[in-house]
Design a protein. Structure first.
Lengths: 205, 205, 205, 205
């Protein structure tokens, strides 16, 4: 791998890490009046009421963590840091940076009447993320050298998974319009598929 | 150590560093009306009233700093970046990222009637952290090569300390339900034990 | 490249990355009352009303991303990490760190009566950024060794682009005083020029 | 330099960078009502009223940037990452992470009646920082090998500057109690001294 792609990778690592850490800002400290005799019970309730925030935090953290692994997997195939790769990766970074916002919205509205709007918005963000991964895959493959590690079969397999990911997130988005919890559940259910792609990258070396 | 584990380590370093730096967000600038003749005295009082925030900041910063050292100590034994290691580490990173929230809650409620709820929540987070470290230790040890540096005795010693850590945080959690300050004091008192583990790692090389 | 300049570069990468990620904080979660029968429609409207925030986010993220690439391009020519380079780079980092603030102001006021003030403030920030890049170029070129890669012609070409950038942002600032949208559009229109500079750097190696 | 000290240095770089970038959070977007006929003039006034925030931002950014350079200078002498170095550096990192808070307080109160409280608090933080640098210097020097680069004279010179820094910040703190602007000016006036130390480090190699 050339030095330039290593630099793009290191920079992307930073963005992934900061975006994951900023997710915690969705948890807001409950404010209770001092001197309330019932303060203990109220604080317990306020903490328990953070369950939607916890679900949103867990989902986004796990998903971005797995995206980070796949990013490294994909960059193992990258041999040239041309403008195509650079802008495809830049688009992905833009979306990774954006992820905290739909996560905060989901955290705020998951137990609210407008949960379907929040869940649809959340899934729509990941539709864009999966499109961005497909573009990044294309920009990597286009520069593949003939004798590069990893057979055509392998690339085809990854490409199928990436396309399946797009379809699944699109489906989740549609479902979330009516049944927000099922939409969110679909997002969770994609973890094993993305994690499996990693196994494959390793076997290939 | 192979390149993959180095990458996981660098990524974890970033998460540790950002989580520690975000702790400062618990300090909120006191807002006083302009033109108040008594403003100076009020600002001094407002700054002095931040002592619970300072205790919480110091405790979490110190603990995460020591956790970071132990993380490197543990990764010296890691020879393979398999999915087991990856997800065990991911769980730890999730909890490290979460630490600022219980810290902010502790900062807000340590001088409040609901201090025991806040302190119990804080200690409970570190119960999870210590479970996560035990899982990470297991995922590292499972891949140990026969001739790896560090005797079985050493590993056993670390494992004992990690289990002791779990017990101590669990105890702190129970105690904090009734005596929040003692629960917090137990968390502080664990610093030397975790710091001692570091000495041991170095001696082993 | 000597080890010192590599360190300055790595540090700058971190600042670029964090500044880009902090841009997301301009998106504030809309707060709607629980139990409102019309909550869904209101949340949709609240999300659609974030279009100025999206424009500002996209513009700043893209611009800082391209600035990051140009920063690496420029540092390929840096052979000595003297105080001149150090402070020229420090000034640029100060401005990069500052970028989120005019971006948040633009996000808040782009669909507001005071849009021209916000857009002028935004463009003025990039006038300073472009001055800072010109200073950094000077501080790099002043240390060039005779047989360094890249002809005098190349340096002259970069210098012309940097000066053109200054003129363009200055123009955008003046225009934004009366037509804020055109000022913002000029900022977007500079992307291809900065991206083109990258091509050149690669060809030169 | 051994691998361990390099790791401590990289981690510290991250903390320096994030602390510097978080300074921008002191700039809060002015909120003006939509539809106010006088909105433009008001936004201009609101932006101009940010001058104390700008002074505080500039002062802290510049100071931490110079601290970062001196940190690297100091670590060039570090040959052993023992617990002494580790905790001395941890204390410094704690204080670096804390710097944004007094900066935000200074930004809020510099044009306020309570400016002297804010400025005293700010200077007091840097008294602690300078104590911490003196401790770090000690923990580095204590491990110096006989034939290490840099003469005893050089070390003595740095030590004198570090002690002078402590005295200067202590003086600034006392002065700020009565004349906040002079206290802040003393903090600015220390930049050249810290920057000079860097020159010296380079000459020594």
């Amino acid at each position: 791998m050339d030095k330039e792609t290593a630099r793009v990778e290191a920079f992307s690592d930073g963005i992934f890490g900061i975006a994951m850490t900023l997710l915690i800002l969705e948890f807001r400290v409950p404010i209770l009046p001092h001197g309330d005799p019932d303060a203990r019970r109220q604080l317990i309730h306020a903490l328990l009421a953070l369950w939607p925030a916890s679900v949103a935090f867990l989902l986004s953290f796990g998903t971005v963590l797995i995206m980070w692994v796949n990013h490294h997997g994909l960059f193992k195939h990258a041999h040239k840091a041309d403008n195509r790769l650079f802008f495809a990766n830049g688009l992905l970074m833009l979306l990774v940076t954006f992820v905290p916002f739909p996560t905060w919205v989901l955290a705020e509205y998951l137990d609210h009447q407008a949960a379907n709007v929040a869940a649809t918005f959340y899934c729509a963000t990941f539709v864009l993320v999966s499109i961005s991964y497909n573009i990044l895959l294309w920009s990597v493959v286009v520069n593949r050298r003939p004798g590069a590690p990893g057979s055509e079969m392998t690339i085809a397999r990854v490409r199928r998974s990436y396309r399946l990911g797009f379809v699944a997130y699109f489906l989740a988005m549609l479902v979330a319009m009516f049944w927000p919890y099922i939409g969110v559940a679909i997002c969770f259910s994609l973890w094993p598929m993305w994690a499996m792609l990693r196994y494959y990258e390793r076997e290939m070396r």
